[in-house]
Design a protein around this ligand. Structure first.
Ligand SMILES: *[C@@H]1O[C@H](CO)[C@@H](O)[C@H](O)[C@H]1NC(C)=O
Ligand SMILES: *[C@@H]1O[C@H](CO)[C@@H](O)[C@H](O)[C@H]1NC(C)=O
Ligand SMILES: *[C@@H]1O[C@H](CO)[C@@H](O)[C@H](O)[C@H]1NC(C)=O
Ligand SMILES: *[C@@H]1O[C@H](CO)[C@@H](O)[C@H](O)[C@H]1NC(C)=O
Ligand SMILES: *[C@@H]1O[C@H](CO)[C@@H](O)[C@H](O)[C@H]1NC(C)=O
Length: 481
């Protein structure tokens, strides 16, 4: 008896992870939402539950005092603003997703720590915030007109990505698939005839949109004829959407297809480096919500597709990737940067049993990288300034005016430095000088003309690289979430 229990204890000690996590960054996809086909898509209650579940699991990993992966010094119950940085593009689905994740991370105090939930006033009465001591975790919404937008959604307003995607559509690989799947798509027309005017609308050219609407209806609409789409057909639709979206978001020989992953890589590095270099190791946890195309582009860029062909596939709803920085050993001495390590983890949606798994980045074959190697690798692939992004994208986004003069040449504003959080005002000032006109007029004019100009620019970029004409580019609206 004594013998077995001491063996069991020894086993436990051997498997206990002796390491100290100093910080982490989690990037999450939204949960179940309404179909993109109908526009104005929103997160559904099912989607909120999925993200909440995932957030709860991260709470167990990073916040719980009983977790071996608890982030050192992070508050377990009460939200401390400096410790958590959360951000999402200014879109309902992604803001709601981030909110749902944060609600799970720091639930109402009345539910988990009643003693902390009420505050005493001078007159002796005690007050709890609404909804049982709800904790209002700050979430930074990022407008598409702010240079900050490129860190999470660097594919919008980027004509160079559109032009590169048009190259994919011109490839024989794409054209062959378009032809060989035409019969399959058209055979589904009777089931979706109330959604599409003609069978001609169904083709590989809209692979993601068609998969999406059919998948959403399967989940939500019991009376839709789409219920007759078989599991095999749905799998085929998904696989075709996988190949179309991966091709649009990454190609080894055309870096421009994954500019959004390059800015994302720089952003991950910037957030983690902030944790490493700040005296108080804040933020300890960064939470970002974004879309599947950033996942796919990053999978390609970080060579995860060489590790497993599964990375060619669309990540499921509420998928997350996490970057953890840690030192071996669980001592309490100050962080030794030379001993600092990084690991990358991915979790495919909420189910599947496998949970959060570690994968080696950049073809190293190693599931942990020394911090300095990670920094080198991320800097090698990263795009770390808005000015560089504007130039690579040939973007006409409002904020790019600060980086180019009237002839399209780089200005003094682009000394290669990163546009930091909150320096948006500086950008506006430089922009006023650059345009040398009435600021208000210029901004309004730019915002209005932006979309039209962007399309023209995409056409111009495409013409330059000698591919498809403007029509095919216009038909491709890149707004994937
Ligand atoms: C104490 O102050 C709060 C806020 O002004 C008020 O709502 C509450 O009724 C006061 N309590 C007592 C016992 O006076
Ligand atoms: C469900 O499908 C039916 C049949 O196509 C359609 O009439 C109805 O509007 C759909 N309901 C929703 C909520 O989309
Ligand atoms: C990548 O681009 C090259 C050159 O344009 C092309 O030959 C190849 O088929 C592309 N691969 C994919 C997966 O799109
Ligand atoms: C990390 O942050 C420090 C302090 O802000 C800065 O000097 C350094 O260049 C940064 N390193 C990277 C890799 O961004
Ligand atoms: C995630 O799951 C989907 C199927 O649900 C699959 O197609 C995809 O390859 C998976 N991705 C990874 C990285 O496991």
């Amino acid at each position: 008896m004594i013998h077995t229990s001491s063996l069991a204890l020894a086993g436990l000690a051997a498997t206990a992870v002796a390491e100290t996590i100093h910080g982490a960054l989690v990037f999450t996809r939204h949960g179940d939402r309404t179909a993109k086909h109908f526009g104005n898509w929103v997160l559904t209650p099912l989607g909120a539950q999925q993200v909440f579940q995932v957030g709860t699991d991260y709470r167990s990993r990073y916040l719980s005092s009983s977790s071996p992966q608890r982030i050192r010094g992070i508050s377990e119950f009460e939200y401390v603003p400096a410790q958590v940085w959360a951000s999402a593009p200014d879109s309902p689905v992604l803001l709601t997703t981030a909110n749902s994740f944060l609600q799970a991370l720091y639930p109402p105090l009345g539910d988990i720590k009643p003693l902390l939930s009420a505050q005493d006033l001078a007159n002796g009465s005690s007050v709890e915030s609404p909804l049982a001591g709800y904790q209002y975790v700050t979430l930074h919404g990022v407008s598409e007109d702010s240079p900050e937008t490129i860190w999470i959604k660097g594919d919008d307003e980027c004509p160079a990505i559109k032009a590169a995607s048009a190259d994919f559509k011109a490839s024989t690989e794409y054209q062959d698939r378009l032809a060989s799947t035409r019969d399959f798509y058209q055979s589904l027309y009777p089931l979706v005839s109330d959604l599409y005017p003609s069978a001609e609308d169904l083709s590989y050219d809209s692979a993601y949109e068609i998969f999406d609407v059919i998948n959403v209806m399967k989940i939500h609409n019991a009376s839709s004829p789409i219920q007759d789409v078989t599991d095999d057909q749905l799998l085929q639709l998904r696989t075709l959407a996988d190949s179309a979206e991966f091709g649009l978001n990454f190609n080894t020989s055309q870096a421009a297809r994954s500019i959004h992953a390059q800015t994302f890589a720089a952003s991950v590095l910037r957030h983690l480096n902030q944790t490493v270099t700040s005296a108080d190791r804040n933020p300890k946890l960064t939470v970002l919500a974004g879309s599947y195309d950033t996942f796919l582009a990053f999978f390609g860029l970080a060579q995860l597709t060489d590790v497993s062909p599964e990375f060619y596939g669309l990540p499921d709803y509420a998928s997350t990737m996490a970057f953890e920085i840690f030192t071996p050993g669980d001592d309490d001495s100050d962080l030794d940067v030379s001993a600092l390590q990084v690991r990358y983890l991915f979790r495919n949606g909420t189910e599947g049993g496998s949970g959060l798994r570690t994968f080696p980045l950049f073809g190293t074959g190693k599931t942990t990288l020394p911090w300095s190697d990670f920094v080198d690798a991320m800097q090698r692939v990263g795009v770390s300034s808005a000015g560089e992004w504007c130039r690579l994208c040939q973007s006409e986004a409002v904020f790019c005016a600060a980086y180019t003069d009237d002839n399209g040449a780089a200005t003094a504003a682009d000394a290669g430095e990163t546009v930091e959080r909150g320096s948006w005002i500086a950008v506006l000032v430089v922009m006023a000088v650059a345009i040398a006109g009435n600021l208000v007029w210029a901004v309004m004019w730019l915002v209005r003309g932006r979309r039209v100009k962007e399309e023209r620019k995409a056409a111009a970029v495409a013409a330059k690289v000698g591919s498809l004409g403007s029509e095919s580019i216009k038909s491709y609206g890149k707004e994937s979430v």
